[in-house]
Design a binder for this molecule. Structure first.
Ligand SMILES: Nc1ncnc2c1ncn2[C@@H]1O[C@H](COP(=O)(O)OP(=O)(O)OP(=O)(O)O)[C@@H](O)[C@H]1O
Ligand SMILES: [Mg+2]
Length: 355
């Protein structure tokens, strides 16, 4: 097994920079997810690690060895692509064993490894089928099987679940995580889906426009987003963001644009008297008969929770209540804000302000 390091890695297509100096340190055995909106450079970074794209600047190391100019086949990695890229004219067994055959592995050894991978993935009974005779989830598993038989130093995944329906995606998420817990192979996984990132990763790298915005465990990113971008990207429904200021004379209250006072506890000194964004996650708005009045815009019962849009302080706020709410759109609902969980961001730089 091996760790992976990116040091000031850059990539331009022609004169157009798409990766603008990326540093990531991935420990041996870690499951790291690169997440970010479409076009931010995730696949490009993964393809550079795989050796499928050359590197314009910086250094990539696998297992302590610089691989910048090493061809893909010498990097000891296995990649699972979004479209699986299975060979249609080969059976499951042949698909999984193909790379071993290319590498001239002894037949008995190849069979043993395919059998092992098929066992792990529950493909034992499907070895003689062709890809067209498999469901989407089964094809996905064959693609993973092909990677597993190679027993690589590092697994790379590029959006491997995006062709599956929602239910299967959730099931495969757990399967891949369980597989990693079993094999403990260093894994770099790309997705644009923040829920996938939150649920699967040991460590998340949030990318935006060719740069890394923040690196941390899922809950670090959720509880302490470094900036507005990460705050808005991680979490669903998304964090509410309200522009306004805190008057230094009255530091326990944030003034929304319509003059409504929203609670703040212990704001950092540099938050006073400047343009701010008040970041409030939906679950920290609580039902409270003595609280602030808001007007219900939309109400969405999900069974387990009630999602609601509430017009308050001149903004439409997403709320998530564990309770059921029987009120209707247009009616008033009173809520309290859990001030201890409010984030304050500098409106200009987007940086989160902390004590
Ligand atoms: N071969 C190429 N030539 C020129 N530009 C490219 C090339 N490949 C990618 N790009 C550009 O580089 C940027 C990053 O692309 P990349 O495929 O890495 O994004 P991504 O984060 O994987 O997005 P998605 O979530 O849509 O897959 C995009 O602006 C894309 O248009
Ligand atoms: Mg991509």
């Amino acid at each position: 097994m091996a760790g992976v390091q990116f040091a000031d890695v850059r990539k331009s297509f022609g004169s157009f920079p798409v990766i603008k100096g990326v540093d990531i340190d991935i420990a041996d055995g870690e499951f790291v997810i690169l997440v970010g909106p479409s076009g931010c450079g995730k696949s490009t970074l993964l393809r550079m690690l795989a050796g499928l794209e050359n590197i314009s600047g910086g250094e990539i190391k696998i297992g302590g060895r610089v691989v910048n100019t090493l061809p893909p086949k010498d990097r000891d990695i296995a990649m699972v692509f979004q479209n699986y890229a299975l060979y249609p004219h080969m059976t499951v067994q042949e698909n999984m064993g193909f790379s071993l055959m290319l590498n001239k592995a002894p037949k008995a050894e190849a069979e043993k490894r395919v059998k092992y991978a098929a066992g792990i993935l529950g493909l034992d009974k499907l070895l003689d089928r062709y890809p067209r005779q498999l469901s989407g989830g089964q094809r996905q598993r064959v693609a993973m099987g092909r990677a597993i038989v190679r027993d690589p130093e590092v697994f790379l995944f590029d959006e491997p679940l995006s062709n599956l329906d929602a239910k299967l995606r959730v099931a495969m998420r757990a399967e891949i995580k369980e597989l990693h817990q079993r094999l403990k192979t260093t894994t770099v996984y790309v997705t644009h889906d923040q829920i996938e990132a939150m649920t699967m990763a040991d460590k998340i790298v949030v990318m935006h426009d060719g740069v890394v915005e923040q690196i941390g465990t899922p809950l670090e990113l959720y509880d302490k987003p470094a900036n507005l971008f990460v705050g808005g990207f991680i979490g669903s429904p998304a964090m509410n963001m309200i522009k306004g200021r805190i008057d230094p004379e009255n530091p326990k209250s944030f003034k929304a644009p319509d003059g409504t006072a929203l609670p703040v506890s212990n704001p950092p000194a540099d938050a006073l008297g400047r343009d701010l964004v008040y970041g409030l996650r939906p679950e920290y708005i609580l039902l409270d008969a003595d609280g602030l009045p808001g007007e219900i815009v939309v109400i969405e019962p999900t069974g387990y929770e009630t999602h609601l849009i509430l017009r308050l302080g001149g903004s439409d706020l997403s709320c998530v209540f564990r309770e059921r709410v029987s009120a209707r759109p247009g009616e008033t609902l009173r809520v309290a804000i859990d001030a201890a969980h409010v984030h304050l961001f500098d409106a200009e730089s987007g940086r989160r302000l902390t004590n």
